[in-house]
Ligand binder design. Structure first.
Ligand SMILES: [Zn+2]
Length: 89
């Protein structure tokens, strides 16, 4: 068994979608991780103890349920990070 925060998977999937549509935002690893961390701090964690392979279906379900909440959290995180990017220096 493995302990996994499903919300993390959901946020990464949604974030990849958002980044695909927005070429005006920085796509570097630093910014992506900062955005994901900020978004995740606004969202409740969804931990599951799971076997390998079971995760995918659960992520799909959770993503459908929480799509709007996750997008809102990502938009806020995006604003914060694009105003204070940490990819310099
Ligand atoms: Zn960046």
């Amino acid at each position: 068994m493995e302990l996994k925060n499903l919300m993390e998977e959901v946020v990464w999937q949604e974030l990849k979608e958002v980044l695909r549509q927005r070429e005006d935002i920085c796509h570097c690893q630093n910014c992506q991780h900062d955005i994901a961390a900020l978004a995740l701090n606004q969202l409740p964690p969804k931990y599951v103890a799971t076997q390998n392979g079971e995760i995918y279906a659960k992520v799909v379900m959770l993503r459908a349920q929480l799509h709007a909440d996750v997008l809102t959290a990502i938009s806020k995180a995006l604003l914060t990070v694009t105003q204070n990017p940490r990819h310099g220096s």
